[in-house]
Structures are given as C-alpha cells and as structure tokens.
Design a binder for this molecule. Structure first.
Ligand code: NAP
Length: 291
C-alpha cells in the first residue's frame, strides 16, 4: 500500500489540540490533499474518542473526499472516559471482540465502509496472535480493513504477530529525542521485511521549538544552527530530513495543525543530508561522539 511520504497526524487536530471547527478541518484536509499528502493518521481514542467523528462529519458533507484519501486508525487502548463508561481501568484489549467492535465503531464514525490501515496501538500483554490473525483475516475478507500493522511493539512482539498475519508497517516513536528504534532492532526488522516504518512525534512533540533547560534539546538546537545555514532550511525541515535520510524509508507522521508547517515539512523531502551531517545530529542527541 502506498502512503504519502509525509503522513498527516490527527491527534492534535481535535479536542487534544487545535480543536478545529468543521470549517477549519475541511480547509486543513483540503490543503493537505492539494499538497499531495493524502494519508491521515487517527486512533479511536484521539480527542477522547471524538476526533474520528469530526473527521467523519467532513466526509459526509464532502462525498467525493473519501476516495481521495487513505485513513489509518488504531485500536486496542481502552481509556477510562465518560465517552466509554464500560471502561473501569485503563487497559489494552486485542481480543477479537474488542477489535471488531472498535473497527465497526470507527467505520461508523468516519462514515465509510472501509479503513485503509488498522494498527494495534500498543502491545497487549494478553495478545493472542492466532486470535488476532483470525480477526484480521475476517475484517480483510469482509472488505472492512485493507491492511494491518502495529505500533510501539518490540521487534519480538512484531515478529510473533507477523508470523500469523503479514503486517504492512510498524508505527514507532522516532526522532532525535527518541533514538530507541535505531538500536532496538525494530527499524532493522522493517528493512528486513521490506516494510516502511512510520515515525510518530518526528519533531519530539515540538519540544525542540520551545525554550528548554534540557541539555539534549539545547545541543540539538546548537548543532542544527550551522546545518540549517548549510542546507538553507529551517529546524523542522532539518529534523524531518534527518529521519528521511535513513535507509528504512521512514514515513514521518506530522503532528502540526498549522498548514504552513505542513508546507514547510514537504520541502524536507528535497534535502540531501550528508552522512557526516546525519552523525553531527546523532552526536548532538547522544551528547558524545560515536564510539
Ligand atoms: N502510535 C502512537 O502511539 C502515537 C503516539 C503519538 C502520536 N502519534 C501520531 O503521530 C502524530 C504526530 O505526533 P506528535 O504530534 O507528537 O508529533 P510532532 O510533530 O513531533 O509534534 C507536534 C507538536 O510540535 C509542534 N510543532 C511542529 N512543528 C513546529 C514548528 N516548526 N515550530 C513550532 N512548533 C512546531 C506542533 O505545534 P503546531 O500545531 O502549533 O505546529 C505540535 O504541538 C500524531 O498526530 C498521531 O497521529 C502516534
């Protein structure tokens, strides 16, 4: 499945962030599509279970829109919230019953009859790979979900489920503020399975743009200054270029709700970061030269 090279994250578009009105959301989505960015990353829980619904309203009012975009959503986290009164403790649930229920709910919210991609949001300690695979097969055969992946799994957890059902992506936190995926085998695994990983919080949730006393943030800012001059780019573009330089063909999931920043991010696709400059940023992040 082809996702756009930058994915539009929906986590901060609704109640957990910008709280877009219907008109603002419509304008934002249309502008993203005009930029050629057609993949939208949701989760059932975003906006306390409300963001899928707002997006769905947009699709009802614009019937031609659905076929022009790809919708990713996630399931498996049960949050305690008044919108889910049956949940008594925050927990994970990858039972067949919960996955099917969550997918049916997402389909209703989005006013669509299919999801392009469903991700299991977090590893569930009680996950039974045979049960999940059977459920995925059922949903796929019914045409309700086209493809499946996971998020925040370890390489072993990914492998176990992937042996039962072929997963098409792994969505991980990857940025200069979280380098785990480079070292824990998850990125290597994506490469060996020839699937493209998705990077959430690609600019560290925006921390690098704020005044900070964290040494790592200040090291990254200092190192970036010269590189931004060299490449004629902004800090955000440099941070995306750093992810894009990796041979795993990472797909950053943008968290901004500012369309000018989406336009700016797109330019990072054309920044050919040198190997050594990649390591300048790596070392700024770790605080030391590589061994
Ligand atoms: N799978 C998972 O477990 C998981 C977890 C978290 C998130 N996600 C997905 O990943 C997406 C991205 O995550 P994220 O929002 O944490 O990512 P992020 O892009 O690293 O952070 C977004 C934040 O950074 C700010 N920002 C971005 N560019 C900026 C700039 N140039 N100057 C100043 N501030 C800037 C944004 O503010 P503005 O809006 O003002 O630009 C926003 O507050 C989410 O929308 C969601 O779809 C997945």
């Amino acid at each position: 499945m082809d996702f756009s090279p930058l994915i539009i994250g929906a986590m901060r578009l609704g109640r957990w962030g910008a709280n877009f009105s219907d008109d603002q959301l419509e304008q934002y989505v249309n502008e993203c599509l005009e930029l050629g960015l057609d993949t939208f990353d949701h989760a059932d829980i975003y906006g306390d279970y409300t963001t899928e619904l707002s997006f769905g309203k947009l699709l009802v009012n614009n019937p031609g829109l659905r076929s022009r975009m790809k919708i990713i959503t996630k399931c498996g986290i049960k949050m305690v919230h008044e919108n889910r009164p049956a949940h008594t403790i925050k927990s994970y649930d990858t039972s067949r019953e919960h996955i099917v229920h969550s997918v049916e709910n997402s389909l209703r919210n989005f006013n669509t009859d299919y999801l392009d991609l469903l991700l299991i949001h977090r590893p569930d300690y009680l996950l039974d790979p045979a049960e999940v695979a059977e459920c995925f097969t059922e949903l796929k055969n019914a045409g309700k979900v086209k493809a499946f992946g996971v998020s925040n799994f370890s390489a072993d957890e990914f492998d176990l489920l992937d042996r039962h059902f072929p997963l098409v992506t792994h969505q991980l936190e990857i940025s200069l503020l979280n380098r785990d995926a480079f070292m824990n085998g998850t990125l290597l695994q994506c490469m060996s399975k020839d699937i493209r990983p998705m990077a959430w919080s690609p600019v560290g949730g925006g921390l690098v743009f704020q005044p900070s006393s964290a040494p790592v943030v200040n090291r990254i800012k200092r190192a970036s200054k010269q590189l931004c001059e060299k490449y004629g780019c902004n800090l955000d573009q440099l941070l995306y270029a750093w992810l894009l330089r990796h041979p795993a063909a990472i797909l950053p999931v943008l968290g901004t709700s500012n369309i000018e920043r989406v336009k700016s991010a797109k330019k990072s696709l054309d920044i050919p970061l040198d190997r050594e400059d990649w390591y300048v940023l790596w070392s700024a992040s770790t605080g030391e030269d590589v061994p």
